[in-house]
Design a protein around this ligand. Structure first.
Ligand code: NCD
Length: 296
């Protein structure tokens, strides 16, 4: 997306968040529309967040449980999507372990498709909610030094954040052991670090990522305790960032692996709960924009 498109979605999401927090009535712009959530991978916050977003806008929301659907009987992804499409939903929200799954479905169906995470490729609404969280807490995205630390190699959250933050003018750094860094990561327009203290020095935002063990075959780190020693965020390492650095994590967190409890629960600096709240508002903005026409 372009900078004006991103800004328009962030503005709309900000408006929805403000209205919800103030208790101002929200127009049911998805009344009489159907939204189907099709999640092939486990999810707590993203699925609930999309469900709540649709419901707050008045949509009829259906959650497909993959384990009890015909997918288990051997139906292909495309056939499942075509079947659901024939029921005339306005939006299909898809999470799948294969990179490109959402883009493939978007070519086959007539409704709007929202990518809720495709393999290790992208997680666009996560990047949008992270951007809005940063903008609300820091005032702007442009010029912020954002250090993304952890399993960059397998992370769709990292990839989407890198694209979005670069487009918005932030300075992005990635930090990981060599085994968890994508080859030629610098080609993504980021500075690459293997030493955490160096990577988070003077950072405005420190974004921690989970080890995506479900996408690993074999061992990528010697042990989780050694990983925490070098790459886990604790108060000592955080001291290298700016004094008011924001701590972020998309969840689910593995405490004691990539983040220390004291840091994760720091009520002044941790934005982790804000990210969850902002997520619902951003997904309302995305559903509204996709189902009701282009943004201004
Ligand atoms: C992320 C995901 O699923 O990619 N979580 C999320 O959507 N909140 C990150 C993760 O699973 O670690």
């Amino acid at each position: 997306m372009t900078k004006p498109e991103i800004t328009a979605l962030l503005d709309l999401g900000d408006d929805y968040l403000q209205r919800y927090q103030d208790g101002t009535p929200i127009k049911k712009v998805l009344k009489d529309r159907t939204q189907i959530n099709l999640f092939f991978e486990d999810s707590t916050r993203t699925r609930t967040s999309f469900e709540l977003a649709g419901k707050r806008l008045g949509a009829d929301v259906i959650n497909m449980i993959v384990s009890s659907s015909s997918i288990k009987k051997g139906e292909t992804l495309i056939d499942t999507a075509m079947t659901l499409n024939a029921m005339r939903p306005s939006a299909l929200v898809v999470r799948h372990s294969a990179s490109g799954a959402a883009a493939l479905l978007a070519q086959k169906v007539t409704c709007s498709v929202l990518n809720a995470g495709d393999g290790s490729h992208e997680h666009p609404t996560q990047a949008l909610l992270d951007a809005l969280t940063i903008r609300r807490r820091k005032g702007q995205i442009e010029g912020q030094i954002v250090a993304i630390c952890g399993d960059i190699l397998h992370s769709r959250v990292a990839r989407s954040n890198i694209h979005l933050l670069n487009t918005m003018g932030a300075r992005v750094r990635v930090i990981a052991p060599p085994t968890l860094m994508p080859p030629f990561a610098e080609n993504l327009g980021v500075s690459v670090h293997h030493d955490m203290r160096e990577g988070i020095a003077d950072a405005d935002v420190v974004m921690m990522l989970r080890l995506q063990t479900e996408r690993m075959q074999g061992a990528f780190v010697p042990s989780t305790s050694e990983y925490f020693h070098y790459y886990g965020l604790d108060a000592k390492k955080l001291a290298h960032a700016k004094d008011d650095a924001l701590i972020m994590h998309p969840g689910p967190m593995n405490r004691g692996v990539e983040i220390d409890t004291v840091v994760a629960d720091d009520i002044d600096r941790s934005a982790i709960q804000d990210q969850v709240e902002t997520g619902v508002a951003i997904r309302m903005a995305c559903l509204d924009a996709l189902c009701n026409g282009p943004l201004p």
